[in-house]
Design a protein. Structure first.
Length: 302
């Protein structure tokens, strides 16, 4: 009896369902490293894949869409809702960037600022959606969202079959969960998978490495991957089987990587640059030197 919470069959169905609705983003090669350019995705964010999968797999035609987000999922939701002529609502915490909130609002979404943690904001968003019959989209606690993210993997393997290691940012966990699930279907010859978090917000890093006690999180330039995990975060279900390691990067390393990408003409927010920051550290080289690496550049600037 299969008791696992995910379904590779449903994942494949989702990947097929969003074909033609997402951009097959390019790879940019730099010093032997492949950069998967999700800043070139529709909406400028990898979150577009998950949002499209959620909508495609929904059994209803909702009058509105609700999400919890620091900004990028909200941007994708607002664009998707505007295309369909329906309402969009984004719940966020009060420490989310005002610039992002204003941008999402300019796309037609209504913003709900919660004076609570990210996980509590998620609960409020879920209740709000249920009360109104809206579709609730969670970037970290939804399997359909992760299935949409999984569509990145066949694009990488098709265009760079020599890649043996994929490096991806971890915020809520939906992106790396989808990548991990897709790679599991490619075993035993699948690339390995390493996640990266900001050292100032190491919520899942601590869980993964068995570090107990409260997380001492402080503000980080990588705001799009900061904050606690949602209570039903799916990364907890898949990490031990599908993620090989999780690394931390410091603020100056993130800033340096962001500037280096800018010099290459890749304009990203800091949270999208953490993977590129990680591969330049001695910590990464000690464990993963010799691999053919693909880094997920998860989104551009708002």
């Amino acid at each position: 009896m299969n008791t696992q919470p995910w379904s590779l069959k449903e994942m494949n169905q989702a990947v097929c369902a969003i074909e033609g609705k997402v951009v097959h983003t390019p790879l940019t090669w730099h010093r032997g490293v492949a950069l998967k350019r999700e800043d070139r995705q529709a909406g400028g964010t990898s979150k577009w894949r998950g949002v499209q999968a959620e909508i495609s797999m929904s059994r209803i035609s909702p009058p509105g869409i609700v999400c919890v987000s620091s900004g990028n999922t909200g941007k994708a939701v607002a664009l998707a809702a505007r295309i369909r002529g329906i309402e969009a609502h984004m719940f966020c915490t009060e420490d989310s960037m005002l610039q992002k909130r204003e941008y999402v609002e300019s796309l037609g979404a209504r913003i709900h600022v919660s004076k609570s943690s990210f996980s509590e904001a998620s609960s409020k968003a879920s209740e709000f959606a249920a009360d109104r019959g809206f579709l609730f989209i969670s970037p970290g606690a939804s399997w359909p969202f992760a299935y949409g993210a999984a569509s990145i993997v066949p694009e990488i393997i098709r265009n760079a079959p020599s890649v043996s290691l994929i490096v991806a940012p971890i915020g809520g966990g939906g992106l790396i969960s989808g990548i991990g699930l897709a790679l599991s279907a490619c075993r035993p010859r699948a690339p390995r998978l390493v996640g990266v978090q900001a050292a100032n917000s190491p919520y899942y890093y601590n869980e993964f490495h068995g570090i107990s006690g409260p997380v001492r999180a402080v503000s980080t330039v990588a705001d799009c991957i900061s904050g606690d995990l949602e209570r039903r975060a799916i990364i907890r279900s898949i990490a031990r089987n599908f993620i090989d390691d999780i690394l931390l990067v410091e603020e100056l390393e993130i800033i340096g990587a962001t500037k280096e990408l800018e010099a290459m003409g890749i304009m990203v927010e800091p949270g999208a640059a953490v993977g590129y920051a990680a591969i330049q550290t001695a910590r990464f080289r000690r464990s993963w030197d010799g691999h053919r690496v693909c880094v997920i550049v998860s989104g551009g600037r708002a």
